[in-house]
Design a protein around this ligand. Structure first.
Ligand code: TXA
Ligand code: MG
Length: 318
């Protein structure tokens, strides 16, 4: 079985040789390879069973190094970068020629971010190439927030898992770019719209273009457990499915009758969105692996990180 450890030098050597290494970030674990080595990048797609039309995010350690691979054509994106990097923000920037089209699925923009995780930043600072890293889960499944999640999925199909503990944000980065001179959000994530708008004013939401192959993270039926998941009014859903064994995931709502569930997970007793984001994928995995038949999950208030959490839940739901 693949080793889980904290040896940054080993991770570096393996990446130099074109191997796959799982890396921790503050959002979720990534399945990383040298972004400039097309053979290594190909194996990311292979191991994840990911379609080639789904482009990869590249990870770097500084804005200076980002500029070697992409252009900050638009001042607003540079302002966001300076404000929120390292952090859960991915920017779509015009790519330079040194980034293979395999990374961008043929698009002229590349997705870039500087992750906020000490170990991975150290690793990124020690290498002279960007790391392409999608979430380290099979395509379409729930993202991993702990090293063991990655190990469970991929066993020996990667060379090493760099252990950075549990992810502190727990939900993928927010993806932001420019379209028709407007700042657009393509994926809701660990950085709230409110936080982004505070810095650069109103943004446009482009998160529901499920037919748009530009951003498969927008696909309905993404981030999904294997078991049926129903999201909405818990009481009504419970009535509808009362003959089934149910795992319940909820959010600080004490008025729910908590008996007769197989398992109950509270995303946050105090209704703290950050805590809920940290717990979300772990609970979806636990519920998926339990002996219940279905999962019911309450919808969160549609503000702050609640929006990104609802977005993931709806895409994971039947
Ligand atoms: O938090 C994150 O972003 C994590 C960590 C590991 O950094 N990564 C992640 O990668 O979530 P992935 O591949 O699971 O999701 C990346 C999303 C995909 O939906 C992809 O379609 C979109 O970013 N994307 C990547 N490059 C793009 C591009 N050039 N244009 C439009 N969308 C892009
Ligand atoms: Mg993913």
């Amino acid at each position: 079985m693949v080793e889980i450890g904290t040896n940054i030098n080993l991770a570096k050597d393996l990446l130099l040789r074109g191997e796959l290494v799982a890396i921790p970030t503050e959002t979720v674990y990534g399945l990383a390879a040298n972004a400039l080595n097309e053979k290594a990048v190909l194996s990311i797609f292979e191991v994840k069973n990911r379609p080639f039309f789904d482009p990869l995010i590249i990870h770097l350690a500084s804005i200076e190094s980002v500029k070697l691979y992409a252009d900050f054509e638009d001042e607003r994106l540079l302002i966001l970068a300076k404000h929120f990097w390292p952090g859960p923000l991915t920017l779509l920037l015009p790519k330079k020629n040194n980034i293979p089209y395999l990374i961008t699925s043929g698009l002229d923009k590349v997705a870039v971010r500087i992750p906020n995780h000490a170990i991975s930043l150290k690793l990124l600072e020690s290498i002279s190439f960007p790391l392409a890293a999608p979430s380290a889960n099979p395509f379409g499944y729930v993202s991993p927030t702990e090293p063991n999640h990655v190990k469970k999925h991929f066993g020996n199909r990667l060379a090493y898992i760099l252990d950075g503990g549990k992810c502190e944000v727990g939900i993928e980065s927010s993806i932001v770019g420019i379209e028709n001179d407007k700042v657009c959000i393509y994926r809701l994530g660990g950085l709230s719209i409110e936080a982004i708008e505070k810095i650069i004013g109103p943004v446009e939401l482009k998160i529901n273009q499920s037919s748009n192959p530009k951003t498969p993270g927008q696909l309905k039926n993404h981030y999904a457990p294997k078991k049926p998941l129903f999201v909405g009014d818990v009481k009504k859903l419970k009535q509808k499915h009362h003959l089934k064994k149910i795992d319940l995931i909820y959010f600080g709502q004490d008025e729910i009758k908590l008996d007769d569930y197989t398992n109950i997970y509270n995303l946050s007793e105090t209704k703290d969105f950050k805590e809920a984001a940290v717990n979300l994928f772990k609970f979806l995995r636990l519920a998926d692996d339990s002996d219940s038949e279905i999962i019911i999950c309450s919808e969160l208030p549609d503000i702050d990180l609640g929006r990104a959490i609802n977005d993931r839940l709806k895409r994971a739901a039947r």
